[in-house]
Ligand binder design. Structure first.
Ligand code: J76
Length: 283
């Protein structure tokens, strides 16, 4: 079965939209692995805790300080961009996405990153102690980088957030959120037929739903052999933070009997789910 998660990357995301010279909004959210512990909506001046364990092991005072840092950043960032727009040839609407985070690795090591995209393309990142432009960023980004690199205070704050705060936050969340992060929820599976792909053909559909965590392996089988024509859909979210997947197989109507759908998931141990196509699934 797919191995359960051993590592939980933490990523904070910022989405800033500048529609025109006066309308803008910035939303923030953060993920730990597949779960979202935080939100910071444009309309709000407080970090929203979405999980009972979101506080981690930080004190109320530490959270006050972090929240203050992000609120100052949000308004400074917006002001900065209004200024940069004057020096860039770009016109509204502008879309800026910032993502940053960290992951704890074995031997007490952690890895951090921070990067920003402009109009959907990577333009800059933070490396070591300074801002650098992305490989094929437009030349004018160099001007932005120059300005950003002159602000020693901000560079120190970014370094502190990435290399001190982030790994410490994650260490705490892995303790307080342990049972939810490591939960195992078994999938249910069922078969149906889809719209016929053509005369004399059947579309066999294997539905797998309600599993957590996300890694899963679903195959149409003939005996011990995987059917090469198996087509995986995308793993889709259910509302309860479990997942749903459908896997299809296009076969000649006469060859459907004896095929089976096999589901492997960490919650099932070695007890794969196996469902046999018996011809009663034709709708
Ligand atoms: C993603 C987390 C970054 C946290 C940074 C926190 C620091 C901060 O808020 N700096 C702003 C205020 O800085 C002043 O006050 C500080 C103390 O609060 C220090 O004393 C500091 O020395 C002093 O200057 C500062 O205004 C920053 O410039 C805010 C914005 C930083 C930034 O991320 N800019 C940015 C990011 C991406 C700009 C552009 C892009 C993408 C390119 C878009 C192309 C148009």
């Amino acid at each position: 079965s797919p191995a359960p998660h051993l590592s939980f990357p933490f990523r904070g995301l910022q989405i800033s939209s500048f529609a025109n010279r006066s309308w803008t909004r910035t939303d923030g959210l953060a993920w730990l692995g597949e779960l979202q512990p935080y939100t910071l909506r444009n309309e709000s001046n407080t970090i929203g805790f979405l999980k009972p364990w979101s506080r981690g092991t930080f004190s109320d005072q530490q959270w006050e300080q972090l929240q203050h840092t992000f609120l100052v950043y949000r308004s400074s960032f917006t002001r900065d961009i209004w200024e940069f727009v004057k020096m860039l040839p770009s016109d509204y609407p502008l879309e800026i996405q910032v993502s940053g985070g960290c992951e704890l690795l074995p031997r007490n090591i952690s890895e951090s990153f921070l990067r920003a995209a402009f109009q959907g393309k990577d333009v800059l990142s933070f490396q070591g102690m300074s801002w650098v432009s992305a490989p094929d960023a437009p030349p004018l980004i160099e001007e932005v980088i120059k300005v950003l690199n002159q602000d020693q205070g901000t560079k120190e704050t970014v370094h502190w957030l990435l290399h001190d705060i982030c790994p410490e936050l994650v260490r705490g969340l892995l303790q307080t959120g342990k049972s939810e992060l490591e939960k195992q929820v078994k999938p249910e599976a069922w078969l149906s037929s889809g719209p016929s792909p053509g005369p004399g053909r059947l579309l066999l559909v294997c539905h797998v739903s309600g599993f957590y965590p996300k890694p899963v392996r679903v195959m149409w089988m003939k005996g011990e052999q995987e059917e090469p024509g198996t087509r995986q859909g995308d793993v889709m979210p259910n509302v309860d933070s479990t997942w749903y997947l459908r896997v299809t197989l296009d076969v000649a109507a006469g060859e459907a009997a004896g095929l089976s759908c096999q589901v492997k998931h960490s919650s099932l141990g070695d007890q794969d789910i196996i469902l046999y196509w018996d011809g009663n699934h034709v709708s």
